[in-house]
Design a protein around this ligand. Structure first.
Ligand SMILES: Nc1ncnc2c1ncn2[C@@H]1O[C@H](COP(=O)(O)OP(=O)(O)O)[C@@H](O)[C@H]1O
Ligand SMILES: [Mg+2]
Length: 262
């Protein structure tokens, strides 16, 4: 089956700063692929490139086998790629269903022939999206401000899923949540491939990655240090790959080895 996304030799330079270089990775249909790495390793930059938010400096990006030129957030969305941002980007003052349809509200014509919001059809479809995802949120007409952090994150994912995307990009979805509050979220992520959606997941919590993903790419200083099959790896192996333990630079022992996690 065709990869939803394939990156060949992607690089990103910010002036003299190399954020990413020589990045090769792919995400297949129905796969959950995690990206781990220390702060500054390049995770967010890579996700933003896939979402069309950041333009890469070098290399090729293929979406569903199609080479992308002039790739933008709009192109990405059109090709079925949705990003859920780390900072819970929902509008507090709007109702839950309104957040799910933000920017693509259903309209209808009123008796004067003017376009007005079609609340009934949005409520019905929001209900349908949440049902498909196995989520129960008591009232879709509550403002988002009434929700807990975990519920907000579920709504943010529901919003991305309302477009039936091929790929959802999740940047640290559990970062602001307690382990308990993150549980339903991880459960939801695990089931997304059943609806035909692949997942690109960045998380600092290695346990999240071990519980949900099929494969992992470990980023270190803007490069992919290694690729791991989740069922065959351990938290320790991931930490070692992140820190570059056991490797040497130009024959010198690395100073940021085991002590970095002592
Ligand atoms: N807009 C920017 N301008 C300059 N440097 C940036 C910018 N965004 C990211 N970087 C640099 O790129 C590198 C990777 O950052 P980032 O992708 O945020 O890493 P991560 O998400 O893994 O912590 C870092 O060295 C960071 O300082
Ligand atoms: Mg980041």
């Amino acid at each position: 089956m065709e990869n939803v996304i394939q990156a060949n030799g992607i690089a990103k330079y910010y002036g003299a700063v190399t954020a990413l270089e020589g990045i090769n990775f792919h995400i297949g249909a129905g796969e959950i692929v995690g990206f781990a790495g220390d702060n500054g390793a390049g995770k967010s930059t890579l996700m933003r490139i896939v979402a069309g938010d950041v333009t890469h400096s070098n290399g090729e990006l293929l979406i569903s086998g199609l080479f992308q030129n002039n790739y933008s957030p709009k192109t990405a969305r059109g090709l079925g790629i949705e990003m859920v941002y780390q900072d819970l980007a929902l509008c507090d003052n709007l109702e839950i269903y309104e957040n799910i349809f933000l920017g693509r509200e259903h309209k209808k014509l009123n008796i004067l022939g003017l376009g007005v919001l079609n609340r009934t059809s949005m409520l019905e479809e929001a209900e349908c999206v949440l049902n498909t995802l196995g989520l129960s949120i008591p009232s879709l007409t509550e403002p988002v401000s009434a929700l807990s952090g975990g519920q907000r994150q579920l709504v943010a994912i529901a919003r991305a899923m309302a477009n039936s995307p091929h790929l959802v990009i999740l940047d640290e979805p559990t970062a602001a949540l307690s382990v308990a509050a993150g549980r339903p979220l991880l459960e939801l992520i695990r089931h997304l491939p059943e609806t035909g959606t692949s997942v690109m997941l960045v998380s600092h919590r290695l346990s999240d990655l071990l519980e949900t993903t099929d494969r992992l790419y470990i980023l270190r200083r803007g490069s992919i240090a290694c690729e791991l099959t989740t069922s065959e790896t351990t938290e320790e192996e991931i930490l070692h790959a992140m820190a570059g333990v056991g490797e040497t630079d130009f024959g010198r022992p690395r100073l940021d080895g085991p002590t970095a996690f002592a």
